[in-house]
Write a protein that binds this ligand. Structure first.
Ligand SMILES: Nc1ncnc2c1ncn2[C@@H]1O[C@H](COP(=O)(O)OP(=O)(O)OP(=O)(O)O)[C@@H](O)[C@H]1O
Ligand SMILES: [Zn+2]
Ligand SMILES: [Zn+2]
Length: 802
């Protein structure tokens, strides 16, 4: 068994295969699949993943593996298999499919060190290596007579660990600890011996006599108002010691979280959880769709199912949309399961993410709560996977590998014979259709746990407002209600159903709109620093004083961004304190949390924001929710726009009246008769489902048809058009008779980063070989891709049509 099959880190279709390498003697006993290695590749040394170890190769002379990067595999056997499935399913490169499962730190340049993790004596050779130090650079081991096998034994025994040091040590954090070295009665003796004048030293000894536990040096210094030189002199006397201790960077203050006990489930929750518990018990893979109105207690069902899994000694993955991963949400899990919970969140630093990942890898936690990528958590004894708000688009990754976390969850569910729960107040049509057909098991929670009705929704026709002479963006009814609320000291959530960056600059004289010079899209106006920015390529420039086309100086910004709403509010109700939440105000780390905390602490009357305020928030003092422009999403060219509108309106309505106070919702719209607005205002999901299904059937969209979107890009427009036409011709030859090919057409954003973009879409019901066939078509373009800078992006089951 001296041949390793390795996927190398060269993201190119021409290299997308395993390469054979010889395993040198010194790595023979330690190398296992799932470890990263350094191998020679042409003139370079590059990283690769060992995916298989075998004893034969069809090549005669193999190059040897140069270095082994891990002594514990970073990918489990299950994840390696999942990687193969993922690459195949999403038509991605194997290397991308494996990389996506790992935290950033393991993908970048790093140094390694060996850390002593025991006070016990180590084998002699190791003691020689450490020479009294606690941490040594990995290279010292490589230059020592010690074998990898000996080191691995020490790692497996938990005596030492290997750590990765990413530039400037961001992977680990240490604090200096101080602890007594002598027993209490010896400390008391020492105290007698210390001269009375050595007040500071005496204070430290007295402290440890009272409290003989370790304490961080920093805390000790501040507690006793003492100095590090005082500590040092006691260390020299052999009375106390100082040492470094690794602390996990913990973004959440665990100890401050109060523990909660399971609630007694109500009848609906009880009948929802029973089949799930059965499935856990019988280790049977099933997918449950938990359709529960907002505030119906879905989370409590998750918590109790997870408890069952933990009791069985198994582990749980909970996916939550990125923007709902608020401390509020995380605390619900931490308050039930304490330190057994890891959190994976993109707002964490690379080091923090790595720490959380390591807790999973080292089996220090049983539960992970995280955004999309947490689906790849390296648990080896999974018992359940839960996807909260399963309808959220953020579960789809919009770069290679273009996977949907729901599909990955179900695949892992199958592989592990465990249940998968999809929860939502507004399930996707796809999921609800599967549940209706019995492919998924449906559980429904119709009532809020507080037994209050859903807040009443009043739609306001904005056309009538205009007729009545109201030209503001607020209807008279909404303003009355807002004032009412303010008087009663209650709070308000205002949703602008649109992104913050929709504000653009236009010349009033000639109509010129400032666009990005590299992308065919209007630049976004940012008021705070008077700049125009491109959302797609980060291009940035200062706002011009006059029109670049006609030199007129009546250049204005347009569009109803949140900034403008804020200004308008300030004019109409100057006394209201507004907290604005959008891409601009939440860019800084921790800003999102801070704004929410401020609102919870009633430092603001109105929470004004984009989509990001619609979900998961639970404030007891919120009694009014206003939606400023319910229809703005209906007009984007996306077959899911009605569904998204329905989902958003339902979600945001669910923010009101969740506790004692009754809530109310005002929805402003120019198309009150549109079924998604009308039915959302009545909370009628079933009826919406029927109507929307009929539309999808009529227009041949999912869930009746599957989609594959192929986007072709190139700096030269002629090349793109020609290639796209060739692409459609090729596709026509591979698809089944019932399938439909649309295009080629320019993409909705026809140019990004100086590359022109065309697309074509395949709609199909049954194409068992589609992936293989598309791969073959890609092969047809191989030369153009490699030599001519052509790019082809395949998105199986696309969510973004851009
Ligand atoms: N069995 C129960 N008895 C009493 N209170 C409960 C019970 N189950 C849940 N609750 C409480 O009801 C409230 C709403 O529950 P929860 O937030 O879990 O609902 P949800 O369906 O997840 O809501 P959303 O989808 O809106 O986030 C919470 O405050 C929760 O503590
Ligand atoms: Zn002009
Ligand atoms: Zn741009």
């Amino acid at each position: 068994m001296n041949v390793a099959k390795v996927i190398v880190d060269v993201p190119s279709a021409a290299i997308d295969q395993t390469f054979d390498y010889e395993i040198p003697e010194r790595f023979m006993d330690i190398l296992t699949p799932g470890m990263r290695v350094i191998v020679p590749f042409g003139p370079r040394k590059i990283m690769g993943f060992v995916v298989q170890i075998t004893d034969q190769s069809s090549f005669n002379k193999l190059k040897p593996i140069l270095e082994v990067l891990d002594l514990v595999p970073v990918l489990t056997e299950e994840l390696l298999n999942l990687g193969r499935w993922l690459a195949n399913e999403t038509l991605s490169l194997s290397i991308n499919a494996l990389q996506v499962m790992l935290p950033q730190v393991l993908k970048s340049k790093y140094k390694k060190e060996i850390v002593r993790s025991t006070e016990e004596n180590l084998p002699l050779e190791l003691e020689d290596l450490f020479q009294g130090r606690d941490v040594i650079p990995f290279e010292e081991f490589e230059n020592s007579p010690l074998t990898y096998n000996q080191l691995k034994k020490a790692v497996d025994a938990g005596d030492v660990s290997i750590d990765y040091v990413v530039q400037s040590r961001i992977t680990k954090k240490y604090i200096t600890m101080v602890a007594p070295l002598k027993e209490i009665h010896l400390l008391e003796e020492a105290l007698q011996d210390l001269p009375k004048s050595a007040k500071k030293q005496r204070a430290i000894i007295e402290y440890f006599i009272e409290q003989p536990e370790e304490i961080s040096q920093k805390l000790l210094l501040s507690k006793l108002q003492t100095t590090s030189s005082t500590i040092k002199s006691l260390v020299e006397k052999g009375l106390i010691e100082t040492y470094r201790k690794e602390v996990y960077r913990n973004p959440y203050d665990d100890d401050a979280i109060e523990r909660t006990a399971p609630l007694t489930l109500n009848a609906e929750q009880q009948s929802a959880i029973e089949p799930i518990l059965e499935s856990i018990e019988n280790e049977k893979h099933e997918v449950f769709l938990l359709h529960g109105v907002t505030g119906s207690g879905k989370t409590e069902v998750y918590l109790q199912a997870i408890q069952e899994v933990i009791n069985k000694g198994q582990e749980a993955i909970v996916l939550v949309p990125e923007i709902s991963l608020t401390p509020q949400m995380v605390n619900r899990f931490k308050s039930r399961f304490g330190k057994s919970v890891a959190v994976m969140h993109s707002a964490l630093s690379a080091g923090e993410k790595f720490d959380e990942w390591r807790k999973i890898q080292r089996r220090e936690v049983q539960v992970v709560v995280g955004a999309r990528s947490a689906i790849f958590s390296p648990f080896e004894n999974l018992g359940i996977i839960i996807i909260d708000e399963e309808h959220e688009n953020s579960y789809k990754q919009e770069e290679q590998p273009r996977y949907h976390a729901r599909d990955v969850a179900i695949e892992r569910g199958k592989n592990n014979s465990i249940p998968v729960i999809l929860g939502s107040a507004t399930p996707t049509l796809e999921s609800f259709a599967r549940a209706s057909k019995g492919v998924y098991k449906l559980a429904t929670l119709k009532n809020r746990t507080n037994n209050k009705p859903m807040p009443e929704v009043i739609t306001v026709d904005m056309r009538e407002e205009l007729h009545a002479g109201n030209r503001t963006m607020f209807s008279r009814l909404l303003m009355d209600k807002v004032r009412d609320c303010l008087e009663k000291g209650e709070q308000i959530v205002l949703l602008l159903n649109r992104r913050g960056y929709s504000t653009f600059i236009m010349c009033r004289d000639c109509g010129h709109v400032k666009e990005c010079p590299h992308c065919d899209i209007a630049l976004t106006y940012h008021k705070n620093n008077q700049t125009l920015k491109c959302h797609y390529c980060s291009y940035e420039e200062l706002v011009p004083h006059s029109c670049p086309e006609c030199s007129s100086d009546s250049i204005r910004y347009f569009g109803t961004g949140t900034q403008r709403v804020e200004e308008a509010l300030a004019q109409i109700i100057p006394e209201a304190r507004v907290i604005r939440m959008d891409v601009d105000t939440t860019r800084k780390k921790g800003a999102h949390e801070k704004l929410l905390r401020d609102f919870a602490e009633k430092k603001g009357d109105i929470l004004l924001g984009t989509q990001m305020i619609a979900k998961g928030l639970d404030f007891e003092n919120v009694t009014l929710v206003g939606v400023l422009t319910a229809d703005s999403m209906l007009h984007i060219p996306d077959f899911r726009s009605s569904e998204k509108t329905f989902q958003l309106l339902t979600q945001v309505s669910g923010r009101a009246g969740r506790h004692e106070l009754t809530g109310e919702v005002i929805v402003q719209t120019y198309t009150p008769e549109h079924y998604s607005i009308e039915l959302a205002s009545k909370y009628n999901f079933e009826e919406f489902y029927k109507k929307e299904m009929a539309m999808r059937r009529a227009f041949q969209y999912p869930p009746y048809y599957y989609l594959a979107l192929i986007t072709i890009t190139h700096p030269n427009q002629v090349v793109v058009v020609q290639s796209a036409q060739q692409m459609v011709k090729q596709l026509q030859q591979i698809v089944q008779p019932g399938s439909i090919i649309l295009g080629p057409t320019p993409s909705p954003i026809p140019r990004i980063k100086d590359r022109y973009r065309y697309q074509c879409m395949i709609k199909y019901k049954h194409e068992p070989n589609l992936r293989k066939n598309i791969q073959a078509v890609m092969n047809y373009f191989k030369d153009q891709i490699q030599k001519n800078d052509l790019q082809i992006i395949v998105d199986m089951q696309p969510y973004q049509m851009m």
